[in-house]
Design a protein around this ligand. Sequence first.
Ligand SMILES: Nc1nc2c(ncn2[C@@H]2O[C@H](COP(=O)(O)OP(=O)(O)OP(=O)(O)O)[C@@H](O)[C@H]2O)c(=O)[nH]1
Length: 251
Amino acid sequence: MNPWPFSARRIRKELTLILLLNLGCYLLFIHWDLFEKLDVWLHQHPASQLDEVLLLSFTLALSMTWFAIRRLREARQLLKALRRQAERDDITGLANRRRANQALQRETERSCRSGRRYSVLLIDLDHFKHINDSHGHLVGDRVLQRFGQVLRQRARQLDTIARWGGEEFIIVCPETEQDGALALAESISQLLRETDFDPALRVTASIGVATLADDDTPDSLVHRADICLYAAKQAGRDQVVGENHFPAAQP
Ligand SMILES: Nc1nc2c(ncn2[C@@H]2O[C@H](COP(=O)(O)OP(=O)(O)OP(=O)(O)O)[C@@H](O)[C@H]2O)c(=O)[nH]1
């Protein structure tokens, strides 16, 4: 990100530079006798409105305009970067929980209007603590990044993929019934099994799938997906569990 564009130090530095440049122009005008020449020209053109003060004001105004445009441009870049930071997860580059909540709210309202339901996938990496403990947090972070890429590879453009927290992810799938969401979850699990996580790690995930029901709120929908996810963990992990397919828990 660019340095903070409104620091007093930077502004002082640039204003000093502008003043020095203007002073430099003034000295050059004197050095090349330009004021004299201007005087001569003004006598020859008495109708002209131009004078020295106007000329110097013009150069000063030009530099101040340049200064203001620069500040505005930098402020815009800074706002963009801040907005990106407020919506993105640092490690994976995916949307963060805040954006996921916005997507859940938006899709719930849209479903109410259109009558078309949407689904969520709650995805949790299996035994991630073991990966961290045996390979270190940096490898753990790389696994999270790679996992984010796998999710991107499988999800549709319209879906919102977000890091829900820790090693848990959520995909919000607009206009998707339970069967479609289960198919997406299965294809993510399959791709995970085929993906080589450096250094030769095998990474699996448990996935809970829930589809919006009448009277659901975003919270109740995610809660049901969480119950499915818990059932997937209880059934031995590396599985997809939907609302109508509860497996038996492993002893
Ligand atoms: N490297 C890394 N680790 C994280 C991050 N966020 C959470 N973790 C770790 O993720 C691990 C989660 O451990 P658990 O909640 O026990 O889950 P688990 O080991 O995946 O076990 P199950 O979910 O039951 O399969 C903890 O060790 C956290 O420190 C992160 O941003 N980077």
